[in-house]
Design a protein around this ligand. Structure first.
Ligand code: 1PR
Length: 523
């Protein structure tokens, strides 16, 4: 049996699901005594370092955890659960860590997008049972803005490169930790977890040793989900956001099955967008929660969920905060949540006052679950102008002139699934959300959605140049070459598609095979 230390933040369901998939039972520690008497302990950490240590202290888990760690029994820390072993973190300078290993946790200071999100490799530094059975050139899923700087090289189990080399796994005796998430790293991640669970593997160094590891460009499958006219939850797909054909909602399959198929076919992430979330409150009607729970039982890559994440008052006068909605999604298996319409309203408020309230959904969810868990989904559409002085919004000179030959355009944000345009542009929205603590931008494009003519390269370049956080290019993919184009002509970290995958026009593997000689991908 594996004991899991759940301090209440983030997605422990994925870890539970992965362990159960491997045929092992999980016991969730509810008290200090549960920790002290564990046989094998896994500590998955998500959120901010300060919030984590604060909760551990409040629950009086620190002493039992140290007692367990000093007992010599097997311990695996994941992500923040590994960082907690060190003395402290620049993320929360006032909080001490467990001080079991010498060193600290620092923020990435690099000229690349931070957080470091996605699939990267490892360079194993010493013999270990944890990576038994691996070749050595596999990729694992990372999502973090801070990394360990170990003072004792003997504790460093693996290094990874992102701008510079950083510690991606540690080991001292039976204490092991990974910065990456094995529970989200597909089949190879399950190998790592199984090695930890079994505790009977030989300590070896994998045969292949990359000179440098490289972050892969991610290919994301997106499932737009809503109820059709018969009330069944279906994956649908719009043409420029119109999901009806001959009056009926297009039905392209069942969400859980389709997500499972994309995992098997090599998707690096799966995104669910509850596209009618702006009018249906997700906690009143729980089908998306169920979809997440079922999906996360068999899909071991990151899951993002969007739609309806906002404060809400139900008909009985009960108020739910966006944080509560997000918490329910995280508990059900989501790794990231995405905010669409509410982000536009939040930015409108911010632009009026010029101040952070600390109360917006973006700030609150980022504080508790970490920036990397907050994605902003932008639904922009082009507005053409004859010259830049006709608008106060930032414009580009476009290679695709407007209907009256206009040579300039700006990108207007919309809410409610593209139904309503607002006086905010995509660049201002992305930049402001980054300031408020968002960790990633999902950049859709209503003009391109469902058209199969390729991504809007001009839009992606404009937004990507304005932010430091990763950008997911979305809308318009029609063939493998469009993915190559978006990665060659922009610095987007990942590309998302829906229609071509749902209709089986282009398999995910074909996209990756096409990209393999051009950019780094996870094969
Ligand atoms: O506003 O926080 O409740 O979130 C609602 C979410 O639902 C937003 O993220 C919004 O983008 C999404 N959404 C709302 N209506 C639609 C619609 O299509 N009618 N889908 C919609 C938007 C676009 C992508 C699509 C890509 C790739 N989605 O999801 O998957 O364009 O498609 P393609 O490869 O076929 O071109 P809130």
């Amino acid at each position: 049996m594996i004991t899991l230390l759940d301090y209440g933040a983030g997605n422990v369901r994925s870890v539970v699901n992965a362990i159960e998939k491997l045929g092992e039972t999980v016991f969730v520690a509810a008290s200090g005594q549960d920790i002290v008497s564990a046989e094998k302990l896994i500590f998955p950490g998500v959120g901010s370092f300060g919030a984590m240590m604060g909760i551990l202290r409040n629950k009086q888990f620190v002493e039992p955890l140290l007692a367990y760690l000093n007992s010599g029994r097997p311990f695996l820390g994941i992500c923040l659960g590994m960082q907690a072993l060190f003395e402290g973190s620049a993320e929360s300078p006032d909080e001490n860590g467990l001080c079991l290993l010498p060193g600290r946790v620092e923020r990435f200071e690099i000229d690349l997008a931070v957080p470091h999100i996605g699939w990267n490799g490892i360079r194993v530094q010493q013999p270990t049972d944890l990576f038994h059975g691996l070749r050595g050139d596999e990729k694992f899923y990372f999502v973090h803005a801070y990394h360990v700087v170990a003072d004792d090289p003997e504790t460093v189990l693996a290094m990874t490169d992102y701008g510079y080399p950083f510690v991606s796994a540690v080991q001292r005796g039976n204490i092991q930790g990974t910065q990456f998430h094995p529970e989200k790293s597909g089949a190879y991640g399950l190998v790592v977890l199984e090695n930890f669970i079994r505790q009977d593997r030989q300590a070896t160094i994998p045969a292949r040793q990359p000179q440098r590891t490289c972050l892969a460009k991610r290919i994301i499958a997106c499932l737009d989900v809503r109820a059709n006219d018969q009330g069944d939850l279906v994956v649908t797909k719009g043409d420029q956001y119109d999901v009806r054909e001959a009056g009926s909602v297009r039905n392209l399959g069942k969400p859980v099955q389709l997500a499972g198929r994309y995992f098997e076919e090599g998707a690096d992430e799966v995104t669910f967008l509850n596209i009618t979330g702006f009018r249906d409150f997700p906690l009143a009607d729980m089908p998306m929660i169920q979809v997440l729970k079922e999906t996360s039982e068999n899909v071991f890559v990151p899951l993002t969920i969007g739609g309806g994440i906002r404060d809400f008052t139900d008909k009985n006068g009960r108020t739910y905060t966006a944080l509560e909605v997000a918490a329910e999604y995280f508990r059900s298996g989501a790794d990231k949540i995405s905010i669409g319409s509410d982000a536009v309203y939040i930015v409108e408020d911010y632009l009026k006052t010029g101040r952070k309230s600390g109360k917006s959904a973006i700030e609150q969810i980022a504080y508790v679950y970490g920036s990397q868990a907050v994605v902003i989904s932008i639904d922009p559409r082009r507005v053409y102008v004859a010259s830049p002085d006709q608008t106060s919004h930032p414009t580009i000179e476009t290679a695709i002139p407007g209907p009256e030959g206009q040579r300039y355009c700006w990108y207007q944000c919309t809410v409610k699934g593209g139904r309503e345009g607002r006086d905010v542009d995509a660049v201002t929205l992305a930049r402001t959300c980054q300031e408020l603590g968002a960790g990633e931008i999902l950049l859709n494009c209503i003009d391109r959605d469902g058209t199969n003519v390729g991504f809007d390269i001009e839009l992606i370049n404009m937004v990507k140049k304005a932010v430091r956080i990763p950008v997911i290019a979305s809308s318009g993919a029609g063939c493998e070459a469009h993915f190559a184009e978006v990665f060659e002509k922009t610095d987007a970290e990942s590309a998302l598609a829906a229609g071509i995958f749902h209709r089986r026009e282009v398999p995910i593997r074909a996209v990756k095979a096409h990209l393999a000689n051009r950019v780094e991908v996870r094969l």
